[in-house]
Ligand binder design. Structure first.
Ligand code: FES
Length: 332
């Protein structure tokens, strides 16, 4: 099993032959910076000074040609082939509250939420707690590489994933088209920094679209169950193109104080749907209209397609919302 050493320090840890440098560091309790876990964001870059690695995802977009020339690699995609010496700066905020574990889970139930979003429920071999809003890596048979999906529930023994089918997507094609109840897959987690901050004494705003439904439902469920939540509110905006994409209200309606302290705001961005009684516009536009400067006083969680996330980030920066109050993980 290769040993990874950090130059100029006495930090070293062991990485299983089939693990990656970043994930093994998190399992060892180290604060290796990361976000997406799938090679897209570049947050896990490190300098490889000695040793040899294999890259799981060739030409991952998180690494530029210039990075490569300078000996940089992606921790989430680097599988060590020998002992390695690396250079990077650990950060305590990335230390896992719950160390990620690799295990497997059995698909025990599925249910349709909309025409293209389905919930997949996996019973884990060993119960594994996580923080609401976190995600896991799923390895699907016949699909190269892992995919990151967020949990919608808050339980340790079953992890529920609400996933939107991507047209021609290999992973969602497998999930929707080939996986059956009783099938077993590999699951690795939990990961992610966009988890529910239980002790933050602010109202909460959740903004979601597509598969972003899942972590926002989890955050809202955790907030509703928290004794520290008394007196605070959750405003939940869910956006889709048309009325057939809209969902989530039934899950929130099961929570205590729905309608008073937990409020649901559906929004559609396309024209048509003449009978539509909800909001119109993109999620960031609706959020700005509804909450305006109040956003600066809230704890904000968001998840969804990349363009939605970018528009929300820009809106929040323009309004001067402190970044410490904004929580999201972008993986795509
Ligand atoms: Fe590795 Fe995003 S590229 S965490």
């Amino acid at each position: 099993m290769p040993t990874i050493a950090v130059k100029g320090s006495d930090i070293r840890w062991q990485c299983a032959d089939d693990d990656t440098i970043m994930r093994s560091a998190l399992r060892a309790g180290l604060g290796f910076p990361y976000e997406c876990n799938v090679g897209s964001c570049g947050n896990c870059r490190f300098d490889l000074l000695e040793g040899e690695i294999e890259e799981l995802r060739a030409n991952a977009p998180g690494l530029s040609d210039r990075d490569r020339e300078r000996g940089r690699r992606l921790g989430c995609q680097a599988r060590p082939l020998a002992d390695c010496t690396v250079k990077l700066r650990f950060m305590p905020q990335y230390e896992s509250h719950v160390s990620p574990v690799r295990q497997s889970g059995v698909l025990v139930a599925v249910r349709d939420i909309t025409h293209d979003i389905r919930e997949f429920r996996f019973r884990l071999d060993r119960p594994q707690p996580f923080l609401a809003g976190q995600y896991a890596l799923l390895d699907l048979p016949g699909v190269e590489g892992s995919r990151a999906y967020s949990m919608a529930n808050t339980d340790a023994d079953e992890w529920h994933f609400q996933i939107r089918r991507v047209p021609n997507g290999a992973a969602t094609g497998k999930l929707f088209g080939a996986l059956s109840v009783g099938d077993r897959i590999k699951i690795d987690g939990p990961y992610g920094m966009a988890y529910f901050r239980e002790d933050a004494e602010r109202d909460i705003i959740c903004l979601a679209g597509g598969s972003g439904l899942s972590p926002m439902i989890s955050v809202t469920r955790a907030a509703a169950a928290s004794p520290l939540f008394a007196g605070r509110t959750v405003d939940f905006v869910y956006g889709g193109r048309s009325a057939q994409d809209i969902c989530g209200e039934d899950m929130l309606a099961e929570l205590p104080r729905f309608g008073t302290h937990i409020r649901y705001h559906p929004a559609i961005s396309a024209g048509g749907d003449d009978g539509w009684a909800g909001h119109r516009g993109f999620v960031h536009e609706v959020a700005e209209r509804l909450f305006s400067e109040r956003l600066r006083d809230c704890e904000i969680y968001f998840a969804g397609p990349p363009l939605m996330g970018q528009a929300i980030q820009k809106m929040l920066v323009d309004l001067g919302v402190p970044s410490a109050q904004v929580h999201f993980d972008q993986f795509y």
